[in-house]
Write a protein that binds this ligand. Structure first.
Ligand code: XMP
Length: 320
């Protein structure tokens, strides 16, 4: 018999008892889990919480501004932005293999986070994370078979030990729907609480192959249009994920009577329950038409839009 109000009350007390007078640091990604964790911990200890948002240059259009305006301006949370686009792009330069990119992004993230922690808080004792119950289960390695480790991306790997920080994970006993209820009760807007998942490596795994600022910008503009149309139709809330993928191939198009030799954007929209399997969404043709028209007309550098009609398995949701 689970009640949101009771949970919040109990956790606030628990967080206060655990933390005492020390400071807590939290890596805020803007996703559902870290957002709810931030709101809950802030409700418990206010200014003792410091959040760090890493701008890795692989974010969607307007994401950083949105996160800053919501948490810093509205919620009055102590939020620092680590401006590290240049560093990430430098490290990623010329790298095209997906797992190599993920590794670089993960390591650089830890480094940036560590640096910003050093510069802001001498007395920090706790590192907060929005770990949920399913993450706890999935992060358990079965026997000594590393392949059984499904994912560990919620942990800022190795950081707590290196920084001598204790972990604070107030959402550890919750499932996603319960986290959403907690977020709503704490006053987070629907746009945050019901947000689609977004991978940690961000647009870094949606620009196929090697990453450049130009490709990222093209992808950002195209993806912004897709999300805009998904929102307008209301379908954004009904699908599991909707996003664009930048394909590093050029195709011939025509603008007026000029040849337009430019990149291809793939539209990926899927339905899923838990991301383990997924089916491509049967979007209305008229909506697909609008999305395609807008992307080819409004985004310079794109001559063609294609639709991904692959299910998982055998495909995966992301292209990399
Ligand atoms: P795939 O592509 O494996 O994705 O079908 C399943 C779900 O996981 C997300 N995803 C990631 N999330 N780091 C993350 O935090 C990653 O490296 C990563 N790769 C995929 C993906 O968006 C989908 O929701």
């Amino acid at each position: 018999d689970w009640s949101t109000a009771d949970f919040i009350k109990r956790k606030i007390q628990e967080i206060r008892d655990t933390v005492g007078k020390s400071r807590v640091l939290l890596g805020l990604s803007g996703g559902v889990d870290s957002s709810v964790a931030a709101a809950l911990i802030h409700a418990a200890i206010g200014k003792q919480l410091t959040c760090v948002f890493v701008d890795n240059g692989l974010l969607r259009k307007g994401e950083r501004e949105y996160v800053v305006s919501l948490y810093k301006r509205n919620f009055k949370i102590d939020l620092r932005v680590a401006d590290s686009e240049a560093l990430f792009l430098k490290k990623l330069k010329g790298v095209s293999e997906p797992e190599a990119k993920r590794k670089i992004i993960g390591n650089t993230f830890v480094k940036v986070f560590e640096d910003s922690l050093k510069s802001i808080a001498g007395r920090a004792e706790f590192l907060a994370q929005g770990t949920l119950y399913p993450d706890v289960i999935e992060s358990v390695q079965i026997g000594n078979n590393p392949a059984s480790l499904i994912k560990s991306h919620h942990n800022v790997g190795g950081l707590p030990e290196r920084m001598k920080l204790k972990l604070l994970e107030p959402l550890r006993e919750l499932f996603k729907d319960e986290v959403r209820a907690v977020g709503t009760a704490l006053g987070l807007p629907k746009e945050v609480v019901w947000r689609q998942p977004f991978p940690g490596p961000g647009l870094g795994v949606r620009v196929l192959g090697d990453i450049t600022a130009e490709k990222l910008n093209i992808l950002r503009e195209a993806d912004f249009i897709l999300q805009d149309e998904m929102m307008k139709s209301g379908l954004y809330w009904k699908v599991w994920q909707s996003f664009c993928v930048f394909l590093p191939v050029k195709s011939v198009g025509v603008i007026g009577d000029e040849r337009n030799y430019a990149y291809v954007i793939a539209v990926r929209v899927v339905e899923s329950i838990d991301a383990m399997t997924a089916d491509w969404s049967r979007l209305p043709y008229d909506l697909l038409q609008t999305i395609s028209n807008r992307i080819t007309n409004e985004v310079r550098g794109v001559s063609r839009v294609v639709l991904d009609i692959s299910s998982k398995p055998p495909a995966t949701i992301e292209w990399e």
